[in-house]
Design a protein around this ligand. Structure first.
Ligand SMILES: [Zn+2]
Length: 405
């Protein structure tokens, strides 16, 4: 069992670093706030009995020895935030992992497998518009080109790394080999657990987003002088496609399709819309399901364009592959949830997490903690002490169960 008072006091103290006047947190990568936070977390790691170092890109890593030759178990999350973010997103995962190790050491429980707790560099991507820098480096997929991305002041990732004393030329040395698995505790950032009245959840996978931009072009004509059957109204076409996208996504239990941005030209009260541009974000934890949702929406869009004599252009903005959590680890997490007397709820993660970077490298598992009202990336973000304690104990039990040769 873990020490919840120590965990919540660490969580509170860490949230004062980079605190905003609205009660949120600003901690962006390679800044003083983030450095102060890392140094604070380093103290917690040392107190927990971990040997601490920074790798070449600035990941903070606390290591625990195990028996020789066994692959390493990775635990972690991130301590950077979005602008005016909450105090739980990321920090909770890092501090929970440290607390579990601290508790194991206090009880003199020695693990067979070596273990590392990692506070990954820049998960959110706030500063450079490019996230998961640290986990990419650990996975070995960070590239020289990635390091040339710049922030709003024109400072590149590699310059920022150098400014903070990290060795840009050695970034490939951050790759970690011979890994048994990766486990992360994170707040849910949605309302599924709340709706199930559950404190914690087992994550089945991390949905990968595919983003498109649709442009439908018709004819801008006089709203009064053009009869209904002679129109090429781009907005009506777009509306039909958007409504159908909702219908298609609803046929699958975990798929989501969202239009978050739309612009109408010329955007006049008495003008038929001649051009409409909108984005579409489609996600699922299963790639085949996501591909099917995508294909059906695009086929429907083609059909509408032909029927309504509209010109359709679709361009892809990004495509991130979904990741499934390992079946064996999921079973271990579900058993641990049962053992502490909680209902077992399994759910996909709609948001991205560092674990995505480890796809095809080693198995991952995630434990979610209930978020109040599903609010996240906001000073109002909240998870209760009781729920956090349960999640930490699920992690504690899961680590012990997975510590077999
Ligand atoms: Zn996060």
């Amino acid at each position: 069992m873990i020490n919840i008072h120590r965990l919540t006091s660490h969580l509170h103290d860490l949230s004062t670093i980079g605190k905003t006047k609205e009660g949120g947190v600003n901690r962006f990568s390679y800044t003083n706030e983030e450095r102060l936070a890392s140094e604070q977390v380093k103290q917690y790691m040392v107190a927990a009995g971990l040997t601490v170092e920074y790798d070449a890109v600035g990941n903070l890593i606390g290591s625990l020895e195990g028996e020789d030759d066994l692959p390493v178990v990775l635990l972690g999350s991130h301590i950077d935030t979005v602008p005016n973010g909450g105090k739980y997103d990321g920090s909770l995962g890092v501090l929970t992992a440290i607390e579990v190790i601290h508790s194991l050491n206090e009880k003199d429980i020695r693990l067979k497998h070596p273990l590392k707790v990692i506070a990954f560099k820049d998960e959110e991507g706030t500063r450079f518009g490019f996230g998961m820098i640290g986990s990419r480096a650990v996975a070995g997929t960070l590239t020289n080109d990635d390091l040339k991305r710049v922030d709003q002041q024109g400072i590149s990732i590699e310059q920022a790394m150098e400014q903070y004393g990290f060795d840009r030329d050695q970034f490939q040395s951050a790759k970690i080999e011979n890994v048994k698995c990766y486990l992360e505790v994170h707040i849910e950032q949605g309302k599924v657990l709340e709706n199930h009245d559950a404190s914690v959840g087992n994550v089945t996978g991390i949905a990968g987003p595919v983003w498109f931009q649709f442009t439908l072009t018709g004819l801008s004509e006089h709203a009064g002088a053009t009869p209904m059957n002679q129109r090429q109204d781009a907005l009506v076409g777009a509306s039909l496609i958007i409504a159908e996208a909702e219908k298609i996504a609803k046929e699958f239990p975990t798929a989501v399709a969202t239009v978050g941005k739309l612009s109408v030209k010329p955007n006049g009260v008495n003008v038929i819309p001649g051009e409409v541009t909108w984005t579409m974000d489609i996600r699922d934890i299963d790639k085949d399901t996501r591909d099917e949702v995508e294909q059906r929406i695009r086929q429907f869009a083609d059909k509408i364009a032909i029927e309504r004599r509209l010109d359709l252009k679709v361009s892809e903005l990004q495509r991130v592959e979904p990741v499934r959590c390992d079946e064996n680890i999921q079973e271990v997490i579900c058993d641990s949830i049962k053992e502490i007397g909680e209902p077992v709820v399994s759910l996909p993660s709609g948001a991205g997490h560092d674990g995505m970077q480890f796809k095809d490298r080693f198995p991952i598992g995630m434990i979610f903690v209930r978020s109040k009202d599903g609010i996240s990336h906001n000073p109002k973000e909240f998870s209760s002490e009781q729920d956090i304690e349960k999640a930490a104990n699920v992690l504690y039990r899961s680590i012990l169960k997975l510590d077999v040769k």
